[in-house]
Design a protein around this ligand. Sequence first.
Ligand SMILES: Cc1cc2nc3c(=O)[nH]c(=O)nc-3n(C[C@H](O)[C@H](O)[C@H](O)COP(=O)(O)OP(=O)(O)OC[C@H]3O[C@@H](n4cnc5c(N)ncnc54)[C@H](O)[C@@H]3O)c2cc1C
Length: 380
Amino acid sequence: MTFPMTEEQALIRQTVHEFAENEIAPRAAEIDAMDAFPHDIFQKMAALGLLGIPFSEQYGGAGSDYNSLIIVLEEIARVSGSVALILDAHSSLCCEPIALFGSEAQKQKYLIPLARGEKIGAFGLTEPQAGSDAGATRTRALRDGDEWVLNGEKIFITNGTVADVLVVTAKTDPQKGTRGISAFILEKGTPGFRVGHEEKKMGLKGTATTELFFEDCRIPAANLLGQENQGFKQFLVTLDAGRVAIAAMALGLARGAYERALAYSQERVQFDQPIADFQAIQWMLAEMATDIDAARLMIARAADLRSRGQRFIKEAAMAKLFATEVSERVCYKAIQIHGGYGYLQDYAVERMYRDQRLCAIGEGTNEIQHLVIARQILGR
Ligand SMILES: Cc1cc2nc3c(=O)[nH]c(=O)nc-3n(C[C@H](O)[C@H](O)[C@H](O)COP(=O)(O)OP(=O)(O)OC[C@H]3O[C@@H](n4cnc5c(N)ncnc54)[C@H](O)[C@@H]3O)c2cc1C
């Protein structure tokens, strides 16, 4: 089974490849070192139409398909995991639920500026007591006339500090468990909404990972996303697609590390010959290339099913599980091929190894992916 790219997808890959090489790659090490959100690159991505790839032109998007977003994420992650995660959180986690479940008025007000990149988006689901067990959400939303009043907190929210628009979840009917959760659209600057401190992370620096606090935060009733008490279902749907996106990010990081190791192995001379002449190095390169190829096929299959509106829950979880493990293996080997130099911050493989680690944790840990796959296989 192969997944040939359409002419449009091939053009998008080529354009984004060049953009990533010319505009992002030269800044990637600096973003990592400075740990500051790269506003300049976000604006350049907006100008190129990358912030609303899969959304229709009517709503400010590029009118491309979901496969194209996956291609873009891979190409960007190949040079910078941080910029890929910023795009993922903005597009796949914030814009996507508004596009899927938002009213026409919400799409006009929020999706259009988000897809155009005039505003930055974030998605707030995780809480101190609700990580993998997202149904254990404690943030509460109470209806008061024409408003909802939110109280609670979120943690680990990508783009949290810089976001203008956030999609957040809260319990609207605590007695109903996961059937009593709703999603809301929240604007930066709403009274009672406060962003906490920015986390210091192992990698993916430059992505602003923050706490969010809601203290009697009043938002208009019109900002309920979709139907009341449908939030749990909505974020499960959002995260199914999000898994393919984070798998593409893991694949891009693996590709970036592999390409650097391949080049280095032909330049580095030991025992009077390039280290690529040694069978040990050749085997590592062969395994890396094979792993990357397999991951790409799995991701393309999941994205293709989703683009055609078919069921893809199992395939998305499998692609995420496999691609993130591939990324770990490939980045490990890329450092090994670089020897001691690979351990230094002067070489991009060191950053890529740190960046890829999140992919097995975010948007459902890999243990949760095992559960999802097993449930699909067993029909439970
Ligand atoms: C850099 C970064 C960015 C993030 N961005 C966002 C964001 O933008 N929005 C957002 O909402 N969240 C975000 N997250 C949160 C992320 O989705 C969670 O960290 C993740 O879902 C895991 O939750 P947890 O950290 O509470 O771990 P826990 O759920 O406490 O898991 C701890 C361990 O227990 C395992 N475990 C838990 N339950 C089970 C089970 N039933 N069976 C087997 N094993 C289990 C897990 O797999 C893991 O190994 C981000 C996290 C990080 C680190």
